[in-house]
Design a protein around this ligand. Sequence first.
Ligand SMILES: CC(C)(COP(=O)(O)OP(=O)(O)OC[C@H]1O[C@@H](n2cnc3c(N)ncnc32)[C@H](O)[C@@H]1OP(=O)(O)O)[C@@H](O)C(=O)NCCC(=O)NCCS
Length: 199
Amino acid sequence: MIQNSQASNVSTQFKELTLEIRKAKESERKEILNVHNQAFGKEKGPEIAQLVDDLLNDKTAMPVLSLVALENKKIIGHILYTKATITQTELSVSTQILAPLAILPEQQKKGIGEKLINEGIKQLKEAGTELVFVLGHPSYYPRCGFFPAGEKGFEAPYPIPEEHAAAWMVQSLNDDALESANGKVQCSNVLNEPQHWRE
Ligand SMILES: CC(C)(COP(=O)(O)OP(=O)(O)OC[C@H]1O[C@@H](n2cnc3c(N)ncnc32)[C@H](O)[C@@H]1OP(=O)(O)O)[C@@H](O)C(=O)NCCC(=O)NCCS
């Protein structure tokens, strides 16, 4: 079991930055939505905050892994992993998708995004997750272990234009799963909506 939007006392301290990364509490939802609102800016912020709110209410997205980064007890970053499935395969592969990730503008470029991704991957691996997908910037996510998913035979829920093919990425937490599985990835009801797969 990864997490079902319940408070958790699991936390990780990065003492050199006085940064704390731990599972999000339900009572922190408003603060988390505010991080997305600010990080994504006026144009996209409200839409992404709504997406996070909807995903946290979406039963088909469970189990989710929702982590916050805090400095001096203030939430400065948030990452969400939700359940996905691989269709067109007979194998049962435990799969998650990373979306979205946000760091408050004044806290960006300090390595916090990378720490949130890596802590999430570590916890997902401990929980038995085998594959993790992301649709994101191809120059950012590979530094955390992601690589192009299309060439490994994984299709996104909606076609990704050829010029953006490298943005559809996967990370394997179990090499057997990577070698034996391929097919189309299906997300939760909320994330499967086509508007989340457009540029
Ligand atoms: C993208 C984001 C999560 C990165 O978090 P962060 O803590 O600033 O990132 P890190 O400090 O770990 O890494 C910084 C590096 O990421 C790069 N980076 C930041 N945003 C990027 C983007 N949109 N595309 C590509 N690279 C990006 C920076 O240029 C920097 O590169 P450098 O190390 O070579 O200088 C953060 O900038 C953010 O919240 N942006 C707005 C929301 C967003 O775009 N989220 C990601 C899509 S889901």
